[in-house]
Design a protein around this ligand. Structure first.
Ligand SMILES: [Zn+2]
Length: 496
């Protein structure tokens, strides 16, 4: 018996607009596809939140005993500046501006993406395929769609015929748009475009002479349209129908709508059972944008080198902060909110630290099994992490009361309490424990010695009124996940 057989999960399906009982297509197995980053710049904090939501979902499925194949792609070609198939390829543009190879751009920002996600303790997906690694598969899909009469070639480019598709199927059902509205709202073609109708989208684009990212095809030397790679890679690795497709809210239209159209045109069936969309992140109540300066890179949170936050925050505190909001709610990132999360995070970790030392009695004054089920209920209700965290804090309160002798726990319940807290905090929420940064006890000792030395140097710097140095020590340690805390008894530290 696996845990998932005892739990009923409900998922908000963006396609139906309802919470639906989750039943995987094949019992015990889940196929999940999430649209990954276009690697032409440092990963955006809003995207980190989206990927973190799906990391948490992946983790919960695994905790329940499902075998999950989680595919998250890397977009390394075909994503143009403009969603209407116009403008330069984002990666090629960066390569031109920096005078390097497009694949150097791809390498640099793929490494950055992985580094940041590792700091946040993400699990790697099962497969991380790239668009350029699947050009042949994309060409095959285009041929099939042309054969079905739902795409047409003009001057070496191939476009998906939205109106023709809409005669037998429904275009726009995910984003709740109908084709009449789209026709009405899309600006008229300016005569430069090869498209029959403005709502058609590119499956293949003929490369202009200056376009360096190009591949041979039956139609021209060119490159695939952005929406096509996800259809090619999800079909290849998860099949014509799979359980979950996720991404940011902003991808619903046109990207996911086009994915549905391509897959249905090709395979004749709806590709995805549950569509899931994570909401956006704002910064101090406003949309994040580089152009206005209302922007922060994930790495700048850990170092404190930014104009937004008063100090550095560790990846684990930032992760805890993000998990305190439901993935479908807008989350506002601010200094005050992070400081509040930091307090909560330490309170949680301090309680976990003392579980082992709690005195065990004959009975329990807290219903552990009912509490445990409430933790599952929270997650089963469309992955409600804020409710889960509130439920975990019921345990924190009980642990602290037991420690003070104001409550009691039996030996059996003690085991359940510890296992459940560990499972949800570390396995499901993906938080990292205090004091586990070093790999061995020997390493712990050396780390402690090194940090204590830095604490003494910082105290000397402060005594000399050299606050620049003392702040630098504090912030750079925080960036490494070592938090210093100044108290009456002197400075202590914790490792996240
Ligand atoms: Zn995609």
């Amino acid at each position: 018996m696996q845990l998932y057989q005892e739990q009923n999960i409900k998922i908000y399906n963006s396609l139906s607009g309802n919470k639906e009982l989750f039943e995987s297509i094949t019992d015990g197995y889940i196929g999940m596809y999430v649209c990954g980053p276009t690697v032409y710049s440092n990963v955006h904090l809003g995207n980190v939140r989206t990927f973190m939501s799906f990391d948490m979902i992946f983790r919960y499925f695994k905790h329940l005993g499902y075998k999950v194949r989680y595919v998250r792609n890397i977009t390394d070609a075909g994503h143009l500046e403009n969603d209407a198939d116009e403008g330069e390829d984002r990666i090629a543009k960066k390569a031109r501006l920096e005078q390097i190879e497009p694949m150097e751009v791809v390498q640099r920002y793929t490494v950055d993406f992985h580094n940041i996600l590792n700091k946040f303790n993400f699990l790697p997906p099962s497969i991380e395929p790239t668009a350029t690694g699947h050009i042949i598969e994309q060409i095959e899909i285009i041929k099939e769609i042309i054969d079905k009469g739902l795409a047409y070639e003009v001057n070496g480019s191939v476009y998906f015929d939205v109106l023709k598709f809409n005669e037998t199927r429904t275009y726009g059902k995910l984003s709740k748009r109908n084709v009449e509205d789209l026709i009405h709202n899309t600006r008229a073609l300016d005569g430069q475009s090869d498209k029959k109708n403005p709502q058609d989208f590119a499956l293949w684009k003929k490369a202009e002479p200056q376009h360096i990212m190009r591949w041979p095809s039956p139609w021209s030397d060119g490159f695939p349209g952005w929406h096509l790679e996800c259809t090619a890679m999800s079909t290849k690795y998860l099949g014509e129908q799979f359980d979950i497709h996720g991404g940011g809210m902003d991808l619903k239209f046109p990207h996911h709508e086009c994915e549905i159209a391509q897959a249905e045109a090709c395979n004749g069936c709806s590709p995805v059972k549950y569509w899931m969309h994570a909401n956006m992140l704002t910064l101090n109540g406003k949309k994040m944008a580089k152009s206005t300066g209302n922007n922060i890179l994930p790495g700048e949170i850990f170092t404190g080198e930014n104009d937004i936050l008063s100090k550095a925050f560790s990846p684990s505190v930032t992760r805890f902060f993000m998990m305190q909001a439901h993935y479908r709610s807008i989350l506002d990132f601010s200094n005050d909110a992070l400081e509040a999360s930091e307090k909560g995070f330490h309170k949680l970790m301090e309680a976990i630290d003392v579980i082992d030392d709690l005195p065990k009695g004959n009975t329990s004054s807290f219903d552990i099994s009912a509490w445990k089920q409430r933790c599952y209920d929270a997650m089963n209700d469309d992955f409600n992490t804020p409710i889960l965290i509130a439920t975990l804090f019921e345990a924190v309160k009980f642990i602290n009361q037991t420690k003070e002798g104001k409550a009691e726990i039996s030996a059996e319940d003690h085991t359940t309490l510890k296992q459940t807290v560990h499972a949800f905090v570390f396995d499901v929420l993906g938080l990292t424990a205090v004091g586990t940064a070093a790999s061995s006890e020997d390493g712990d000792d050396k780390l402690s010695g090194a940090v204590e030395l830095l604490i003494r140097l910082r105290a000397e710097a402060r005594a000399n009124k050299d606050f620049a140095t003392s702040d630098k020590i504090r912030d750079e340690l925080a960036a490494l996940g070592v938090q210093l805390k100044d108290g009456k008894e002197g400075t202590t530290f914790s490792v996240n």
